[in-house]
Design a protein. Sequence first.
Length: 196
Amino acid sequence: MSDAKEEKEAPKKKGGKMKWIVIGLGGLILAGGGVGGGLYATGMLGGGEHGEKKADGPRLVPRSEQKHAGEGGEGGEGGGESKGEGEGGEDYASNYYTLEKDFTSNLMDSVHFIQVGLAVSTPYDDKVITNLKTHEIAVRSAVLMALSETDEEQVFTPAGKKQLQKRLVKAINDTLKEKEGFGGVGNVYFTNFVVQ
């Protein structure tokens, strides 16, 4: 009988199972918060703005992925700039696109006019070329405005032509940024240049 009495008098531990349940739930909450935070940071949770912008925007094309003339794709029209083995050159490929029609404009404060054919290059993928094609009318208008702000002295010197190239790049990129949120044109090349 004394053994039975001792068992009744010994205090029983309460909450032993409850302690492990609380610890388990705390661990699940921490793990879930970590997963949720990771998804939010990558843009997959909470609007997804980060992931969408990266997926939809142009990406730089490394030289190793460069298209060459005859390989297809939109950038194949002007061919790729072929850099030989060795050092030098650009880190990114040049994607070229020739605007179909020439541009004709009066020169500023002059009786002369200028007619130019243009091609553009971009280190980005075909998204920039697609944007150029989509907004060709707005781009043509911006180019014509820039040409009309050109004086005679600029079109007769190599330095003036370089300045004109920079202004045309800016005009095209500003238009694309306004329409698509991203420019991407790296340079403009003259395929035709006549002053009369």
